[in-house]
Design a binder for this molecule. Structure first.
Ligand SMILES: [Zn+2]
Length: 406
């Protein structure tokens, strides 16, 4: 049929314009084009992206259900990178916000979690669907939870443990990685989080921020595709010292904490200044305590999880463990320092930094975060460490004033 249409159009054009002698040569041209079209149709290149996704088993995004029967093959491969366009990118499934509840979790709990997800995605954007597993330790059926959770997360049967039914069973985690991004972002939370009326929403915001950060590190805005270099991911996973693709741990955790507190305060869910002064004091205490043993604390020490683990244990070269969690406390203070110090803006460090990661990592293997940092934080990472470490040694009142927390 197509060929016939071309033929008729061609004849009309040819007759109107040229002498009949040209028709044959043009016919030949069209004929060869036509056979190319047939070839490409056979090799799937002509399939629309959605049809291609469907050919890999995608039908429609459904909460708490894998989007694909198995991890899908990439749409294309080049220079060690594999690129994917997922079905839920094409049918608005990426906007899905699923709170999957189990026995013991009430409708009100679900509503509270949803309120935070809607607020966070509205503020930060959303490029992948979200599944949050909400459980009540000791009450929810662990088998049921883990079966569903593992099907999405593809941990090969691994699962979290469900603690006791007491209200203090605490579980809060979320993210996404290359192994399971075709099913969207995942998170797990328990009663100690969603029943905590003082800090619960902030903690949920923190977890949603992890999905925001980690989805962008694989996303190429220009081609609207997700991509990664598996070899690079594996080598980072095995490294004892390398900085993760997302950047230093203090950016991942401090960024999530700062964003959660700052943006929760905008909604009246938490007191930003009070929370941040507490963090400032916590960070100051880590420095002061370590100083007793001549253990000099730098923000740079908090780039890699394994290195942090060592410094916070008896393997610390000074012989004693540092007080914990400087990556959260100082990490969030560092975000305020950058904004109040007029190096950068809120959106540049909470959104643009993450958006630029995938592209920079592809251009500068293993160092993409440094380029994204310089561009979006407005200062090189090394200089930032110098200035921030100096700032952390200043008198408390001066720090509070500079950070605009009084
Ligand atoms: Zn976190």
């Amino acid at each position: 049929m197509k060929f016939l249409k071309y033929l008729i159009i061609l004849i009309v054009i040819s007759c109107g314009k040229d002498s009949s002698e040209n028709i044959d040569s043009k016919l030949l041209e069209i004929d060869s084009q036509q056979s190319n079209i047939s070839d490409t149709e056979n090799s799937n290149v002509e399939l629309s992206p959605l049809d291609l996704a469907k050919s890999k088993g995608y039908s429609v995004f459904v909460c708490n259900t894998p989007s694909y029967p198995v991890k899908p093959e990439p749409n294309s491969v080049s220079n060690g990178y594999q690129y994917h366009i997922f079905g839920w990118q094409l049918d608005e499934g990426y906007k899905s916000k699923c709170v999957n509840i189990y026995e013991g979790v009430s409708g009100a709990d679900k509503q509270l979690i949803e309120e935070v997800i809607y607020e966070a995605t509205d503020r930060l954007g959303q490029i992948i669907p979200i599944n949050i597993t909400a459980v009540f330790g000791g009450v929810s059926d662990l088998n049921d939870v883990c079966k569903k959770w593992d099907a999405l997360k593809l941990t090969n049967g691994g699962c979290f443990e469900l603690g006791p039914p007491e209200s203090n069973y605490f579980l809060a985690a979320a993210g996404v990685d290359a192994e399971n991004i075709h099913n969207g972002g995942q998170g797990e939370i328990s009663q100690a989080v969603f029943r905590d009326l003082e800090r619960g929403k902030k903690i949920i915001y923190h977890e949603i921020f992890h999905i925001h950060q980690n989805s962008h590190k694989y996303y190429f805005e220009e081609s609207q595709s997700f991509g990664w270099n598996e070899e690079q991911i594996n080598s980072l996973r095995d490294s004892e010292t390398a900085v993760p693709m997302l950047g230093p741990i203090w950016i991942e955790e401090g960024g999530a904490e700062f964003a959660a507190i700052y943006l929760s305060d905008e909604k009246g869910w938490i007191d930003y200044k009070k929370s941040m002064i507490e963090y400032l004091d916590e960070a100051r205490s880590v420095i002061a305590d370590a100083a007793i043993r001549s253990d000099i604390v730098s923000l740079k020490d908090y780039e890699n999880g394994k290195v942090i683990g060592k410094l916070e244990s008896s393997s610390n070269p000074s012989g004693a463990a540092r007080e914990k969690a400087y990556q959260y406390s100082a990490g969030s203070i560092a975000h305020i320092f950058a904004i109040e110090g007029k190096y950068t803006t809120l959106d540049a460090i909470l959104i643009d930094y993450y958006k630029d990661l995938a592209e920079n990592e592809r251009d500068y293997v293993g160092e993409g975060y440094k380029y994204s940092f310089t561009k979006n934080w407005g200062i090189s990472l090394e200089n930032f460490y110098k200035e921030f470490d100096e700032f952390m040694l200043k008198p408390r009142a001066e720090q509070i004033s500079f950070l605009n927390l009084e």
